[in-house]
Design a protein around this ligand. Structure first.
Ligand code: ASP
Length: 306
């Protein structure tokens, strides 16, 4: 698979992928899931550096699981007291240092840092964006697309709704681009304070109206750590009007599906009761995350399969 928009093979943005590349990745991930193909051990050990400058549970763990399933060697770097970041080293020098050790692939998550972005863009080693600031989370939207394809049989023609803190959601931003590229319609429903600015997607004012429209409802966490200024948002009103729970989801069709990238804050953006709703695909998203990340890393490293 070739990545036409940059000199090295990297996946930094959904814009790096053509439709046929997306379809190929979904098919490849499904082949892994059905156990139809297995990675062949590469002639030399391939090292995947996993660099997490920001907190993560499922993205980090699934990249690690995926790397092991591909017979790769993941080496994880997380910022903590035992690293030179604690001694005052900058994040960009940290990233340059890790790249200078010449891993075969780098997976990087950061909170939105231009110098890191520049290094990732210029790297001769392939880099996968595992979430950057409020802008991009391409691997999440690919696994979301895979989940929609599996549950509903096709992506084209679906009506995808993002609910909640859209403004600070890299999941919604990458997802909106990807789903539109694949022929789905995208809309959002969020409190005024958290609405996305300059959006080219439809905006709904009330959740019940939005839920009647959609075939896929994707909840979002209130991503406080990404807010640049305090909001007037009242948690009580948010719960009343935007939380995904049995009461608020009453307007959603029985054939629609419910997703959430996680983590969710119980009883604020989603209630535990939703997990046992037959329309809920949240844990399937997590499972698919491993297979999608296998597909992405396998392609970028040019692995062979039996
Ligand atoms: N896990 C997702 C992300 O990294 C969503 C979230 O943090 O709420 O953006």
């Amino acid at each position: 698979m070739s990545y036409p928009t940059r000199s090295t093979r990297s996946l930094l943005s959904i814009d790096d992928l053509s439709n046929s590349q997306v379809i190929h990745l979904i098919e490849r991930a499904q082949q892994f899931k059905k156990n139809e193909i297995q990675a062949i051990r590469p002639a030399k050990p391939l090292i995947v550096g996993m660099v997490f400058f920001e907190a993560s549970t499922r993205t980090r763990f699934s990249f690690e699981v995926a790397a092991h399933r591909l017979l790769l060697h993941p080496v994880v770097f997380v910022v903590d007291k035992a690293t030179s970041v604690d001694k005052g080293e900058s994040l960009h020098e940290t990233l340059n240092t890790l790249l200078a050790m010449r891993p075969d692939l780098l997976v990087v998550r950061h909170a939105g840092n231009i110098r890191l972005e520049e290094i990732m863009r210029k790297s001769s080693i392939p880099v996968v964006n595992a979430g950057s600031g409020v802008e991009e989370h391409p691997t999440q939207s690919l696994l979301d697309a895979m989940t929609v394809q599996e549950r509903l049989g096709q992506i084209e023609g679906q009506r995808i709704l993002y609910v909640g803190d859209v403004e600070h959601s890299r999941v919604a931003k990458s997802g909106a681009k990807l789903f539109q590229k694949l022929g789905a319609q995208v809309a959002v429903c969020s409190p005024k304070d958290l609405a996305v600015r300059d959006s080219n997607v439809q905006q709904f004012n009330t959740l019940s109206e939005a839920l009647k429209w959609c075939t896929v409802c994707i909840g979002l966490r209130i991503q406080k750590e990404r807010h640049s200024q305090a909001t007037n948002l009242s948690q009580g009103q948010y719960i009343e009007n935007f939380r995904l729970d049995n009461k608020n989801l009453a307007a959603l069709s029985s054939s629609a599906i419910i997703m959430h990238p996680g983590p969710f804050v119980p009883d604020v953006d989603l209630s535990d009761e939703v997990l046992s709703d037959s329309r809920c695909a949240i844990h399937e998203q997590v499972t698919n995350g491993v297979y999608m990340r296998m597909a992405i890393m396998g392609d970028l490293l040019g692995l062979s399969y039996t």
